[in-house]
Design a protein around this ligand. Structure first.
Ligand code: 1CP
Length: 376
């Protein structure tokens, strides 16, 4: 299916492309015409493009083997290894994009902060950042600190050819949530208290995380990423009034930091059904929708001109093929309500997922026989 109208947004004009380095895949590598980038720009290519959040990771035996004996953050900052892990799911599943193997706390690590990723737990800070004095110690990050990221991206895009690499960063709230809590949490109470109790300290912290996210995204784009995603995974814990007042301006600055490149920017969070219009207003070109809200309803809330990404329920990956197939076909059908649709899960691939199911799902989405013949 081809969409008659072209993108309503001024993405990827010659002026924009001129800001990217000459060898950038969007200028010379053919990613601009890939189904993924076309769909992100509001077009409907012949097949639905698909990628999966957390496609690189524990569900793949080749990942577990490559990571053997290397800590997570060390793996992220070893360019050859990060590139290899980024490429693994593209080779195995035939997805339409790679997502850069890194983590939302990698910029904190390169800034020299005391942070680690603990197996089974996620990010853990040596000490939380809760007071204005602690926040005042956050450093300016020297540009060279991002060099291992640039090198990993360069090595990756060299091997990806016309398949785009999606870069990413954690949004200011989600990253600040780890910094204020000191690690993972369920309700994100500490940052939500801080924004009301000490709005100045909150703003200083969110300002630092916004600038850091902008620089992390810019480093990936300049080194060859053809699109980026801002992950505000935990924004769903906020009421809309707090999101708009304490979070959205910071996320908007992180997104604005890379607007001039014209590279599509996806904005994603979980539990964010009520926040979707604000997340779009923050400056997104594509809005990521989690598995809780149907895409036709998301299109109604955002208007039909917004490209949508999502939102197969990760739980159904392990619910049996017939159940998954029916659900995926329904997601494709509801996605028709939007100008364009990038297929993804509604959150990350669970660690215990059978990789063969993901490969089969990619085939289905690409229009394999099963899509037209539900009796199989
Ligand atoms: O395939 C990919 O998606 C690329 C790699 C990627 C991405 C995009 C990783 C690798 N992390 C992320 C982003 C990330 N990191 C997010 C946003 C996406 C999401 O909501 O899932 C978040 C919230 C984190 C923080 C984080 N890092 C967690 C969650 C902890 C919590 O609070 O529940 C965890 C478990 C990590 C570690 C991590 N990051 C990535 C991997 C493969 C792992 C597991 C590391 C291991 O092997 O132990």
């Amino acid at each position: 299916m081809t969409n008659s109208g072209s993108s309503p947004r001024a993405l990827l004009t010659d002026d924009h492309l001129a800001l990217l380095p000459e060898g950038h895949p969007l200028r010379s590598g053919g990613t601009a015409d890939s189904p993924m980038i076309r769909a992100m720009r509001g077009d409907r290519p012949e097949t639905h493009p698909v990628w999966f959040m957390r496609q690189a990771g524990r569900s793949l035996p080749e990942y577990r083997e490559a990571r053997e004996g290397t800590r997570m953050l060390e793996a992220c900052l070893t360019p050859e290894l990060a590139a290899e892990i980024t490429l693994q799911p593209v080779r195995r599943h035939g997805v339409d994009a790679a997502i850069f193997f890194s983590d939302i706390v990698v910029p904190l690590k390169v800034a020299g902060l005391d942070v680690d990723i603990v197996p089974g737990k996620g990010p853990v800070m040596g000490a939380p950042y809760r007071t204005a004095e602690q926040i005042a110690t956050l450093p300016e990050i020297p540009d060279a600190a991002f060099d291992p990221i640039r090198e990993a991206v360069r090595l990756t895009v060299e091997q990806l050819g016309s398949t785009p690499l999606i870069g990413f960063a954690g949004a200011p709230f989600t990253v600040a949530a780890y910094m204020v809590e000191g690690g993972a949490s369920r309700d994100h109470l500490a940052p939500r208290i801080m924004m009301h109790r000490d709005p100045q300290a909150w703003d200083a912290l969110a300002d630092w995380t916004a600038r850091t996210a902008g620089r992390f995204l810019a480093a990936q784009i300049e080194a060859g990423a053809s699109a980026v995603q801002l992950f505000d995974s935990w924004a769903g814990s906020l009421p809309e009034r707090d999101y708009r007042r304490y979070v959205m301006p910071h996320s908007a600055r992180a997104l604005a930091a890379v607007e001039h490149y014209g590279v599509p920017r996806v904005h994603f969070g979980t539990g964010t059904g009520e926040l979707l219009p604000a997340m779009k207003e923050a400056g997104a070109d594509v809005v990521g929708v989690d598995y809780r809200l149907d895409l036709d309803e998301a299109a109604r809330r955002l208007g039909p001109d917004t490209p949508l990404q999502g939102n197969i329920d990760p739980a159904l990956l392990d619910a049996g093929w017939d159940v998954l197939r029916e659900h995926a076909v329904d997601v494709l059908s509801k996605g028709e309500a939007a100008v364009s649709h990038i297929v993804n899960l509604g959150h990350g691939v669970p660690a215990g997922t059978d990789p063969a199911v993901l490969t089969r799902l990619v085939d289905l989405i690409h229009g394999g026989r099963e899509l037209n013949d539900p009796g199989r």
